[in-house]
Design a protein around this ligand. Structure first.
Ligand SMILES: Nc1ncnc2c1ncn2[C@@H]1O[C@H](COP(=O)(O)OP(=O)(O)OP(=O)(O)O)[C@@H](O)[C@H]1O
Ligand SMILES: [Mg+2]
Length: 296
């Protein structure tokens, strides 16, 4: 099983859209995929389920908040598999293949989890590794052994929950718009990740490797098949740095990406936007290659 967090403390850069499409893309290739929504906004969850399905079927007992809440209480025996849901419309699309896509939904009170974990950390700093390792612990449960790939969609911050995703991951995907303000945050995110992993390892009996990281350019505006000049110069500047980047980029395409969540089927499976679908498939291939290069 390989775990990938889609992370950027900057908002609105296409994290959730990419997570949904990569998840569906891997499943279309026959993989068993689990996507986890760590954002209280629940955009990933409601890209697969309707608002009313989320509210009625998932919020009461099947969200990632229930895992975090259950630890250390009498509910500690909650089995992670009980939190998993299968998005019906995507499953329909995948029915001819052997792959499947499952989701652990977000909860709108995930921010309370963040606050509770932070309070625990203040009262007992020795709990650093335990508090930041809860998602890692969940994913090591035998219930999850059957998944080939786990994709974690993070909220636009670098709080305790996002750090849980870093501690659980083999690879960090950092979606970025190719503009000055968006790329400016990459260095600071890199430093934060590095110092978090060092701190985690100082506190943990079982150290983790700092996950590999790679930038994916999203919302790229093409002209004659290449990014417009302003974006090209930003992309070249980032490529010249130490941070690895994906060769595949995701084009700017509001009319294709905007409506997909309402239909509950990501663009890569939806049959709209041929060029968009092609580059998403290329992204799945490129990510797949990178994951194969990471030792199990
Ligand atoms: N390649 C794209 N081209 C055009 N619009 C896009 C693209 N990818 C995503 N969008 C749109 O941009 C908005 C933000 O996308 P998304 O929710 O995926 O970003 P995010 O990084 O997850 O945001 P947040 O930080 O709030 O979680 C959405 O309206 C989405 O439809
Ligand atoms: Mg998002």
């Amino acid at each position: 099983m390989k775990v990938v967090a889609i992370i950027n403390h900057k908002g609105g850069v296409g994290k959730t859209t990419l997570t949904a499409n990569l998840g569906a893309g891997f499943a279309a290739r026959g993989q068993k995929v689990l996507v986890i929504d760590l954002d209280a906004q629940a955009s990933l969850t409601i890209s697969f389920f309707t608002q009313s399905e989320w509210t009625a079927d998932l919020l009461p007992s099947r969200t990632i908040k229930h895992w975090f809440d259950g630890i250390g209480t009498d509910d500690a025996m909650v089995s992670p598999a009980e939190l998993v849901s299968s998005p019906p419309r995507v499953q329909d699309k995948l029915s001819r293949g052997t792959g499947r896509l499952d989701l652990i939904a977000a909860h709108r009170d995930l921010t309370d989890v963040e606050t509770a974990l932070a309070a625990e950390l203040i009262s007992d700093p020795h709990q650093f590794a335990a508090l930041h390792g809860r998602l890692r612990e969940a994913l090591s449960h035998k219930d999850f052994a059957e998944y080939d790939t786990v994709l974690i969609d993070c909220a636009p911050n670098f709080g305790l929950i996002a750090k849980n995703a870093v501690a659980a991951s083999d690879l960090l995907l950092i979606p970025t718009k190719p503009d000055y303000l968006s790329t400016n945050g990459i260095d600071s995110l890199g430093l934060k990740i590095r110092s978090f992993v060092e701190e985690y390892n100082e506190h943990s009996a079982v150290p983790v490797e700092r996950p590999a990281a790679a930038v994916v350019f999203t919302m790229v505006q093409n002209q004659n098949g290449v990014p417009i000049e302003a974006q090209r110069s930003v992309i070249s500047r980032i490529e010249a740095r130490e941070v690895p980047t994906f060769a595949t980029t995701i084009r700017d395409s509001k009319s294709v990406y905007g409506p997909a969540p309402e239909h509950g089927v990501p663009v890569i499976l939806g049959g709209t936007g041929r060029a968009q679908t092609r580059e998403l498939r290329d992204m799945v291939s490129e990510l797949s290659g990178r994951l194969e290069g990471i030792a199990a």
